[in-house]
Design a protein around this ligand. Structure first.
Ligand code: SF4
Length: 77
């Protein structure tokens, strides 16, 4: 099973559309001062169970500001 290792949202590219937050609100919090979503505190617990939601969050971003690093168990030794 794949697991998300890290999530990065580029604040210089993000247009604060909140589309990514809609896809995975368990991990992404759009209620920030500058409008750029942040990773919720303790959200690492969802990095394995919500891989598909996070992939979708990256996919729907209109400016490709969401970068995911994903570990796949197939490549793990
Ligand atoms: S979907 Fe992209 S542009 Fe919209 S808030 Fe998320 S990172 Fe920013």
């Amino acid at each position: 099973m794949a697991r998300v290792l890290s999530i990065y949202i580029d604040p210089n590219t993000c247009t604060c559309s909140q589309a990514c937050v809609v896809e995975c609100p368990e991990v992404l919090d759009g209620d920030t001062q500058d409008g750029v979503p942040r990773i919720r505190e303790g959200a690492e617990e969802y990095f394995e169970s919500h891989v598909e939601q996070l992939k979708m969050a990256a996919y729907v971003c209109p400016v490709e500001a969401v970068a995911l690093q994903i570990e796949d168990e197939v490549t793990k030794f």
